[in-house]
Design a protein around this ligand. Structure first.
Ligand SMILES: NC(=O)c1ccc[n+]([C@@H]2O[C@H](COP(=O)([O-])OP(=O)(O)OC[C@H]3O[C@@H](n4cnc5c(N)ncnc54)[C@H](O)[C@@H]3O)[C@@H](O)[C@H]2O)c1
Ligand SMILES: O=P(O)(O)OC[C@H](O)CO
Length: 440
C-alpha cells in the first residue's frame, strides 16, 4: 500500500502547513517518527515571496501538463541523508496541497523497527511507474542498477518523467575511448528518458544543515527548457536554486571534490588539524582540481567558483573528509567498504578509482611542459595518485599523503595551473565529445 507523506502530522495554521518559510524564522526538530515539526518563533511575518507556493505549483503543473484533479506525482528514489531532506523540503513547501501534488520517497528496506515512516514506499515499481518527477537520491555507484530496473517498469509508459539527480560521483568508461560517465548519463542509458529531461542539482550542501533551515544555494544543471522552471519550483527562501545549462561538467565537479576531500581529512588527522599543513594541502589539491578542469572543458574558469565552494563545504563538514580522518586515525580501513551505518556512502572512494583509471590512459597523454615528453595526465596529479595507492591498491598508509605534499619534485601548485592554462590540455573526448583531430 503506498503511503503518502504524512501531512496529518504537520502543524497547520489556517489549513496550510506551517512552513518555516512562510512565517519567518522557525526552529524545527525531528519527532521520533521522523516527521519534522516546525515551531514558529514570534517574528514579523516574512516578506511575501514573489510567487506563492500555490502559484509556483500551479505553474509547474501546467508545464508538466497535469489536468485538474490529477496530482503531480513526485517520488524520491533513495532515502538517505540528502535524498530524504530534499524530498522533505518539497513536502514542507507543497505537501499541504494534497489535491495538486503527491510526494513520496522509496527506500529499499522496510522500516521494521519503530513506526514505519509515513513517507516511505517500499515497492519501487509502485513508486515510480506513473511518477511525473523522480529525484535520484542514490549514490552514483547504485544509480545505474536501480534505474535499469526502473527503465524496465517504464517500457510501456506513454508520459515522459522529469528526473533530478542529486548524485555526486562518476564512472570511468574506456571504450570506444576513455571517457567519464555521470549519473545523469547512466540514467539516460538505463531508461531512455531524453537527456533534456534529466537534470543534476548540486551545490555546497550539507543535508543536516539544510534540514535545519540554514541558508544554502545550489544549481540545477541541464536543459534550459526545464532548468528555469525547476529552479523556480525548487527554490525556497532558505534554499536558493540557480539554473545552469552546463550539466556534465558540474556533475563531474561534484564527484571530483569528493576525491580531494578524503585527502583533506587525512591531512587534518595526521597533522592534528595544523592550519599550515591543511593550507599546503589545499594549495596542491586545488591546483590538481583546476588542472583536471582544464582537461575536461574549454572554459574551466566557469567551474572554479562552484567547484571550490563545494570542496570547501565538504572539507568543513562532509562525510568524505570525515572518512579520510577516520582512515588516517586507523578507526576505518579501506578494506571495510565505502558505506557506513549512520553515515551513508562515501562517494569519494569510487571517484578516486574512476578518475585515476581514466587519467592513466596512454591515449590521453599530454606534453609535459618542462620535460617536453608525453605523459599520462595522472603523472601531473600526485595527490590523486597517492589516494589511489592508499584507498584502492591499499599499498600505502595515509602518511603517504604527507610525503606527496613534501615531494621535492612537486611543482609549485601555481605552476600546475599555469601549465594547464598555457598548454591547451582540453581533451574533449573525456566528456564524450568527438576528439579534436589535431590536439592544440
Ligand atoms: N549528504 C549530503 O549532505 C549530500 C549533499 C549533497 C549531495 N549529496 C549527494 O547526493 C547523493 C545521495 O546522498 P545521500 O546523503 O542521500 O546518500 P546516503 O549515502 O546518505 O544514502 C543513500 C541511500 O541510498 C540507499 N541505497 C543505496 N543503494 C541502494 C540500492 N541499490 N537500492 C536502493 N536503495 C539504495 C541507501 O540505503 C541510502 O538510504 C550522493 O551522491 C551524495 O554525494 C549528499
Ligand atoms: O557529505 P559528503 O562528503 O558526501 O558531501 C556532501 C555534499 O556533497 C557537499 O556539497
Amino acid at each position: 500500500m503506498i503511503a503518502e507523506l504524512a501531512t496529518t502530522e504537520m502543524p497547520y495554521a489556517n489549513g496550510h502547513a506551517v512552513s518555516p518559510t512562510v512565517n519567518g524564522h522557525a526552529n524545527g526538530h525531528v519527532h521520533s517518527n521522523g516527521i519534522h515539526k516546525l515551531h514558529t518563533i514570534a517574528s514579523p511575518p516574512a516578506k511575501r515571496a514573489a510567487q506563492s507556493a500555490e502559484e509556483r505549483l500551479t505553474e509547474f503543473r501546467s508545464l508538466v501538463g497535469k489536468a485538474d484533479g490529477d496530482p503531480l506525482r513526485i517520488v524520491g528514489v533513495g532515502a538517505g541523508a540528502w535524498g530524504s531532506v530534499f524530498v522533505a523540503m518539497l513536502q514542507d513547501a507543497y505537501g499541504y496541497m494534497r489535491d495538486k501534488v503527491q510526494i513520496r520517497i522509496w527506500r529499499r528496506e522496510k522500516m521494521y523497527f519503530g513506526a514505519l515512516l509515513e513517507n516511505v514506499v517500499t515497492n519501487l515499481q509502485e513508486a515510480v511507474w506513473d511518477a511525473d518527477v523522480v529525484i535520484n537520491g542514490l549514490p552514483s555507484t547504485e544509480t545505474r542498477p536501480v534505474f535499469e530496473e526502473i527503465g524496465r517498469y517504464w517500457r510501456e509508459r506513454r508520459t515522459v518523467p522529469i528526473i533530478i539527480s542529486l548524485a555526486k560521483g562518476v564512472e570511468a568508461a574506456l571504450s570506444p575511448e576513455p571517457h567519464i560517465v555521470t549519473p545523469t548519463q547512466m540514467i539516460h542509458d538505463a531508461t531512455n528518458v531524453p537527456i533534456d529531461r534529466i537534470l543534476y542539482l548540486g551545490g555546497p550542501n550539507i543535508a543536516a544543515e539544510i534540514y535545519n533551515m540554514e541558508y544554502a544555494n545550489a544549481r540545477i544543471c541541464g536543459s534550459e527548457q526545464w532548468g528555469k522552471p525547476l529552479a523556480r519550483f525548487l527554490r525556497q527562501p532558505h534554499f536558493m536554486v540557480w539554473e545552469n545549462p552546463d550539466l556534465v561538467t558540474h556533475e563531474v565537479m561534484g564527484g571530483l571534490k569528493n576525491v580531494y576531500a578524503i585527502g583533506a581529512g587525512m591531512v587534518a588527522a595526521l597533522t592534528n588539524e595544523s592550519a599550515t599543513s591543511k593550507s599546503v594541502y589545499f594549495a596542491h589539491c586545488t591546483s590538481e582540481m583546476v588542472f583536471i578542469t582544464h582537461l575536461l572543458t574549454e572554459e574551466p574558469e566557469k567551474l572554479a567558483g562552484p567547484l571550490l565552494a563545494d570542496t570547501y563545504v565538504t572539507l568543513l563538514k562532509g562525510r568524505n573528509a570525515w572518512y579520510g580522518q577516520k582512515v588516517a586515525q586507523g578507526e576505518l580501513r579501506p578494506d571495510m567498504g565505502d558505506s557506513f551505518q549512520g553515515k551513508g556512502t562515501i562517494q569519494g572512494v569510487s571517484a578516486v578509482e574512476a578518475f585515476y583509471e581514466l587519467l592513466r590512459q596512454p591515449s590521453l597523454s599530454v606534453m609535459h611542459p618542462e620535460d617536453h615528453k608525453m605523459v599520462i595526465p595522472v603523472e601531473l596529479c600526485p595527490i590523486l595518485q597517492t589516494l589511489y595507492r592508499i584507498l584502492i591498491r591499499r599499498e600505502a598508509t595515509s602518511e603517504a599523503i604527507l610525503e606527496a605534499l613534501r615531494d621535492e619534485n612537486m611543482y609549485d601548485p601555481r605552476r600546475r595551473i599555469e601549465i594547464a592554462q598555457n598548454k591547451g590540455f582540453y581533451l574533449p573526448q573525456l566528456l564524450g565529445s568527438p576528439r579534436v583531430l589535431h590536439q592544440k
